[in-house]
Design a protein. Sequence first.
Length: 258
Amino acid sequence: MAIETSTRLPGPRFRAVSYNIHRCVGMDGRKDPGRVAEVIRELGADIVGLQEVDSKRGEDGGIEPIREMAKSSGFHLIPGVTILRDDEDYGNVLLTGRRVREIRRLDLSFPGREPRGAIDVDLDLEGRSIRVLVTHLGLRPRERRVQVRKLLDVLMMEPDRLTVVMGDINEWLPGSRTLRWLHRRLGRSPAPRTFPAFFPLLSLDRIWVWPRRALLSIRAHDSPAARIASDHLPLSADIAALPLVADRMPSLQLLHDE
């Protein structure tokens, strides 16, 4: 299912994707980074935020197919490691073909829980600076509330700069405090279901765009490859690169993917 705006904004556009790749372990229990790389190619995105990226040194294959895909596609690969061990790097990754202006990494860890973080970058898009944040929040409500407060502390909205926040928010209750706080700051964004991949029931993965009117469409990418490559479907958003002043928000219509 896709959600699209009925009003088309003029000017350049780009596609942003959030994808929890589940360490490249698919719905069949098999670890296959090549399948994940195939799904990323299908998406045709300019910016891809990945969660649960596992790179074990010395393991055959590892995350190399995704690195090779990024290299062959002209993408920069920006890691956001949250767990670092002797044989493993684990966390978030941002892939982008756009020029990177600045990289920041945020520590969103909660005491006693798995370390969490966010990649916070400024990118050059058609000569304009846009801000992109990629994150993966924790499993417990209190943990997520603390993490969202930390995110909001650094999310000061600038009227002349587009901001994209995306990731696995791990929130399945539509009326939760964490989602209300994020909607209040970034605007209410549609939330197609992405989990589990074979029969999506929950909207765990989210993309917010500010100003909200720059969001043209948002959809879960439900291809045959995506249904097996990970336990999450990728979430894809088409965005107007130049946010314009408009008198009212575009209306939303539910559309079915072909």
